[in-house]
Design a binder for this molecule. Sequence first.
Ligand code: DX5
Ligand code: ZN
Length: 219
Amino acid sequence: RPSPIVAPSILAADFAHLADEVRLVEQDADWLHIDVMDNHFVPNLTIGLPVVQSLRPITQLPFDVHLMIDEPRRWAPAYADAGAYNVTFHAEACDNPVALAKDLRSAGAKAGLAIDRDTPIEPYLELLPSFDTLLVMTIKAGFGGQRFVPEMLDKVRQVRAAQQSGHLELRIEVDGGIAADTIEQAAEAGADAFVAGTAVYGADDPAEAIRRLRALAAG
Ligand code: DX5
Ligand code: ZN
């Protein structure tokens, strides 16, 4: 399997010192996960476009932007223009995911589709060839620090199984409650990109935490 991607989530970082927090993980992270919330799609408000624009020049890390917002079609391309590597929006918030995936790709970004905890994967399987990333939420979207929901890994298994019979090139990313005690089961299910907020920024040594997570995911 492809080598695992570890994406620390700055939602768990200190927002008063974001540049320093990015530097803490820069040498070890594969992607930097940026959670954008609008207090409509989820009952929480975080950061938006100006912060992504300000962070872009301070690091080489690819930005993995996770949009937990209504009307993603209105905003997602602006994140691609701001230099995001991957822009993921929620299936529940979008009535034409394939069209938005195309827009993102023409804006030069990878396109990601996110599936929240209570959303089944089946209706979206046929859309996956239009995407580069599938983000399977392993919690209910909205807040960091929640407990991993292992039942969500059935979605990961289902997509991996579907993929083995086709030619789907897709990263399967898991987000929520990923830590040393949960990442191995997620990797075994077929995930190959791992978001970790608390497990990285809550650790005494965030860089070491990333290396440990990657080693566990690689098996
Ligand atoms: C929550 C966000 C996650 C969050 C994960 O909706 O999508 O990326 O930062 O945090 P942890 O790793 O603490 O569960
Ligand atoms: Zn996220």
